[in-house]
Design a binder for this molecule. Structure first.
Ligand SMILES: [Fe+2]
Length: 495
């Protein structure tokens, strides 16, 4: 059965099932969609979630076996008080497992020290990224407020899995039971230091990462062996490294895009976001760091914001960078607030962008490319730092209801060729990952896997696409018997 042909019937069935579920379906208006996507079912999150075997619509690819782990903010409410910014929920680790022709989902709230302390107290104890909290408890250190809710790192050689935040330690988790096992200590002198949520795994398995602390003017660099042993750590002087969500590697370099989003401890209210200001006249600073000796070459470009880089590579004496520019990153973060009214239209759409650095001349150029309204770029997982032509992105179609935040589509870029699948009205698409047919498969072969939330029925679904034909619609889909709060990033781990 080709699922795309039967999409209309499947969606109709989905809606019928939702209408029959007592107490569900209350998020019936577009204005409610974003709130619903934070907390489906209009109440406290019930966890753990366990779907049991799921009915597969379409044909699941026989060779696609393994686990898609995802993590994201999930628990947002305790003792009648809720956190209302997308980033501020405590992490839920999810596993979509594909084995022997069966697909199932499980989601577990991560028992961080923060979650445990708050559950014991029966109330929220710490302010959020964008929300102050009366009677907040003093913070003892970054890990006392670490919700482990942004991304995952898999180390296949040691079969380790970590749930990552960006201002504290990596949280070790059991890849089978999904239970938290405690914060990772890479070395005594980096214990408790920030370990960011977007480590880059080089083709040889070496893990590169960094940590930042707003206002310190420095970045902490990590080089970790494929087996999870810290090889080197280095403190790098870095201007305006006050919010650095992601970076990139090439064969020879680390690449940092440092935006002019400046942190001030002196100004602001009880939440972290209020301490930031945008310095339009300051440049986007690009640091090109030599992996061998950590020597730095600095470039400057016109100011732009950035959350995510797709990749970077060496090419003919230049360094190529592909990333998503966020022209109004403070505005983008403020819009992720559930209790703010939606603003019609998108004046500052994120844009697929390239940077070319020429280390010999010191020149840097930035050029907008032909895709906007996109985020969450993903590439072939074995090609970090090597040239790539294939990228998967969550995308916003022109027809998406302006009152609904987020994305409604998945896009693939393969060289100049773009393909899109629009989920349609009522759907919010999450990050979609590219799973190549094998580690050595050419780019563009394999599958694109991603989740989407259907807010009229408060259900989430996982779809599988042929990576070469995303515009043909999913080849298979499973619909969960519940909705998942919108998550952030996922990693596929092959069986
Ligand atoms: Fe991210």
């Amino acid at each position: 059965m080709n699922f795309s042909i039967n999409r209309r019937a499947a969606l109709a069935a989905l809606g019928t099932a939702a209408a029959g579920a007592a107490g569900w379906g209350r998020a019936a208006t577009p204005q409610d969609a974003w709130r619903s996507s934070y907390a489906p079912h209009n109440g406290p999150l019930k966890a753990p979630l366990d779907s049991g075997p799921l009915r597969i619509a379409g044909r699941w690819p026989a060779a696609l076996t393994g686990t898609l782990y995802r993590v994201g903010p999930a628990r947002r409410e305790l003792g009648g008080v809720s956190m209302n910014h997308w980033f501020d929920g405590d992490g839920m680790l999810q596993a979509f497992r594909f084995e022997g022709g069966r697909v199932s989902h499980r989601g577990v709230l991560l028992a961080t020290p923060k979650l445990q302390a708050e559950e014991a107290a029966g109330r929220l104890l710490y302010p959020g990224f964008a929300q102050a909290l009366p009677d907040a408890r003093p913070m003892l250190g970054p890990d006392s407020v670490n919700p482990a809710n942004i991304n995952l790192l898999s180390l296949p050689a040691s079969r380790e899995l970590f749930a990552l935040w960006e201002a504290g330690s990596a949280l070790a988790v059991d890849p089978d039971s999904l239970q938290a096992k405690g914060f990772k200590v890479w070395s005594p002198d980096t214990q408790g230091a920030p370990f960011s949520a977007h480590p880059r795994v080089a083709p040889d398995g070496t893990v590169w990462n960094f940590g930042y602390m707003p206002g310190t003017g420095s970045l902490l660099l990590y080089e970790i062996s494929p087996a999870g042993t810290l090889r080197r750590r280095h403190v790098l002087a870095a201007p305006q490294a006050d919010m650095v969500h992601d970076f990139a590697i090439t064969e020879r370099h680390l690449v940092f895009l440092l935006m002019p989003l400046l942190f001030s401890a002196a100004s602001g209210t009880g939440d972290r976001l209020s301490h930031y200001r945008w310095e339009e006249k300051s440049p986007l600073v690009v640091l090109l760091v030599d992996k061998a000796d950590f020597k730095v070459q600095r470039f400057e470009l016109p100011a732009t914001g950035v959350f995510h880089l797709a990749n970077a590579w060496e090419q003919g004496g230049t360094v190529q960078i592909r990333f998503v520019a966020q022209p109004d990153i403070l505005g983008a973060m403020r819009k992720m607030q559930v209790d703010q009214p939606r603003q019609a239209g998108y004046a500052h759409q994120p844009r697929w962008t390239q940077i070319t650095l020429n280390p010999a001349t010191g020149q840097a150029q930035m050029q907008a490319l032909d895709a906007s309204g996109v985020e969450f770029p993903r590439i072939h997982p074995a090609r970090n730092g090597l040239p790539t032509r294939f990228t998967t992105l969550a995308a916003r179609s022109r027809g998406m209801d302006a009152r609904v935040e987020g994305f409604d589509s998945v896009a693939t870029l393969h060289g100049d060729r773009q393909q899109r699948h629009v989920y349609g009205a009522g759907w919010i698409a999450e990050e979609h990952v590219y799973v190549p047919a094998s580690r050595t498969a050419p780019e563009g072969q394999g599958w694109v896997l991603g989740t989407a939330y259907h807010w009229p029925s408060e259900r989430s679904a996982l779809s599988v696409f042929d990576a070469a034909a995303v515009n043909a619609g999913p080849v298979a889909r499973v619909t969960l018997p519940y909705g998942l709060p919108l998550g952030l990033h996922g990693q596929f781990v092959a069986a």
